[in-house]
Ligand binder design. Structure first.
Ligand SMILES: [Zn+2]
Length: 134
């Protein structure tokens, strides 16, 4: 079992805490094709919801999609190539798992910090500190 499987298993096994149905919801990506470019229309909204630096999210998207891209002046992400909203949603989910949700308690009350060159995901809910591997 590799790390990703373990992560998925851990997430699957995280019990829903009480009955408030407080599941962390991220807006579905709104995607438009513009020639050879995929425009992620509500990228800014998604980053706001994730409470993460758009440049950091963009870096992850480019890596996941294996393409290049940039954030335009209106805050939209523009990626070279043709990608459906499903594909982008997958990339957002892996971002969520890697850089937002605490691997210990599953809550999104986390911050990314840098310590001695290592990126750390610090959870404000349970105090867990995990390296993101970057
Ligand atoms: Zn936690």
């Amino acid at each position: 079992m590799d790390y990703e499987d373990q992560l998925e298993k851990a997430l699957d096994e995280t019990p829903d805490i009480d009955g408030t149905d407080d599941r962390f919801e991220v807006p579905d990506p709104e995607v438009r094709q513009e020639g050879k470019v995929t425009v992620f229309e509500n990228f800014q909204q998604v980053c706001d919801r994730l409470d993460r630096d758009p440049e950091h999210v963009m870096k992850h998207l480019q890596m996941e999609m294996g393409t290049s891209g940039h954030i335009d002046e209106s805050g939209r992400a523009r990626l070279t190539g043709s990608f459906g909203s499903d594909r982008l949603e997958e990339a957002i989910v892996t971002y969520l798992q890697g850089y937002v949700l605490c691997s210990e308690c599953g809550l999104p009350d986390t911050r990314l910090e840098r310590e001695q060159g290592t990126e750390i995901l610090r959870c404000e809910a349970c105090g867990a500190r995990t390296s993101t591997g970057e």
